[in-house]
Design a protein around this ligand. Structure first.
Ligand SMILES: Nc1ncnc2c1ncn2[C@@H]1O[C@H](COP(=O)(O)OP(=O)(O)OP(=O)(O)O)[C@@H](O)[C@H]1O
Length: 254
């Protein structure tokens, strides 16, 4: 299902945090959200799943305006993995992933095979099957991150929102995770700081600065040396990789 945002604005503490954002993500495609710290990426992700209410503008999933959708319907469709997700102390990894099934189950409905299969598949997809019975609080940072992503996958979403999902992950797991989420049949919006990973994996990119979209389009069109200098204050050399065909960025400190 597509995600579209039209003139989306949100304020907090008397300050405009998200300022007139209009973006589209086609079904099954991945949009990378880039921008310096505090540019509004996490805030926009929360608006897309209605954890925050837009001040003005419209967000649509397919044809549906999310402001008119039932909270449960949104929860059945959109999974959000936040940056610093925490979980109650004494749950096992599998218990945490089971929480992803909550939006699909009624208060009295028994746990069934569909739920169990979704949880097992999600654990397998992030490589956490062997740790399913370990206590969540004893996991490493990267294992916690993968568990939270498994919880989101167990939700079997049609839209997946990830806030810096590669934080804490070693390079192998960063690549595996991005291959996984960008090949799933879901529409993805991923906030990322690593411009090279964004160029490699995203179908399109949007760069936020002070809550506004300052560039949007294909990775090749968006990631220019001028943009990296103007938005991130860093000199860079960008060229097309002869190995994977995507643009890659080399940073210059002198
Ligand atoms: N509830 C709030 N009240 C006041 N200010 C807020 C609130 N939520 C976010 N902000 C501010 O909005 C700005 C954007 O925050 P946000 O977390 O969306 O940025 P970000 O681009 O995700 O940053 P980072 O890359 O550091 O994670 C920040 O300056 C933040 O302090």
């Amino acid at each position: 299902m597509s995600i579209s945002m039209r003139n989306v604005a949100w304020c907090a503490g008397g300050t405009v945090i998200v300022d007139g954002v209009s973006l589209d993500v086609a079904p099954g495609k991945t949009l990378g959200l880039l921008g310096p710290n505090g540019s509004g990426k996490s805030s926009l992700l929360r608006l897309i799943c209605r954890l925050r209410q837009v001040k003005s503008g419209v967000i649509r999933l397919g044809e549906s305006d999310i402001s008119t959708m039932a909270r449960r319907e949104i929860a059945q469709r959109i999974a959000l993995v936040e940056q610093q997700a925490t979980t109650d102390a004494d749950l096992s990894v599998k218990d945490v992933v089971r929480l992803g099934r909550t939006p699909h189950r009624g208060a009295l409905s028994p746990w069934d095979k569909t739920d169990e299969d979704a949880v097992d598949a999600a654990l397998e997809q992030v490589g956490m099957t062997a740790k399913a019975l370990q206590l969540w609080r004893t996991l490493s940072g990267g294992e916690r991150q993968r568990t939270h992503i498994a919880r989101a996958l167990a939700q079997t979403p049609t839209e997946l929102l990830l806030d810096e999902p590669t934080n804490h992950l070693d390079i192998q797991h960063q690549l595996e995770l991005l291959v996984l989420v960008t090949t799933l049949p879901v529409t993805c919006v991923i906030a990322l700081h690593d411009l090279n990973l964004a160029a490699m994996f995203c179908d399109s990119l949007a760069v936020l600065c002070n809550g506004r979209v300052v560039a949007a389009g294909t990775p090749e069109a968006v990631l220019t040396e001028e943009l990296v200098r103007d938005v991130f204050g860093v000199r860079a050399h960008i060229e097309k990789s002869r190995v994977h065909g995507r643009h890659y960025i080399q940073y210059l400190t002198r």
